[in-house]
Design a protein around this ligand. Sequence first.
Ligand SMILES: [Cu+2]
Length: 191
Amino acid sequence: MIQGTIFLVTIVLMAVVVGVFVFIAINAGKESVDYGPVQAKAFGIRTGLFWVIVVAGVLITVITTLDLPYAATRGDVAEGAVKVQVDGRQWLWTLSQDSATADDTVVFEVTAGDVNHGLGVYDPNMRLLGQTQAMPGYVNSLQLTLREPGTYKLLCLEYCGTAHHAMMSNFEVTAHPDHASATITQGRDGA
Ligand SMILES: [Cu+2]
């Protein structure tokens, strides 16, 4: 029985660990050691490591923050953008139009008719491109440039009741040459 073997191995390993602790406890304090030089070296390493971590932390924060898709938080709407009204209700998304052409910039103007929902827009590879809250009485806009043709999915990202998992709609993007990835800009207003 595999559980019995695992139990035995665990007991043996625990006994070994306890044995090591007992051995160290018994032998500790038998001889006095001068820790001075060791300490000086260790503190030097620690100081160096501290600054390496600080510099790395600042660099990583700046680099990863620059890439956040918040360019349109001022409400700028790209010229020629396709506006799509999205209304979320238990448990479906109603769209004013459900298609666009590849490379179109689409502004999803998102609201809800009953409770809060969360609109997530997924590309044909089910990669999340962007999301925004769908709230009764508010219109939040989500601006995405849809580069890849195919069937995009609109999913609900906020639990909204028993059929939340089935709250899914398609958005078709018809072919247009070039590019495979989406440029993401996101904005919200009315919140
Ligand atoms: Cu939901």
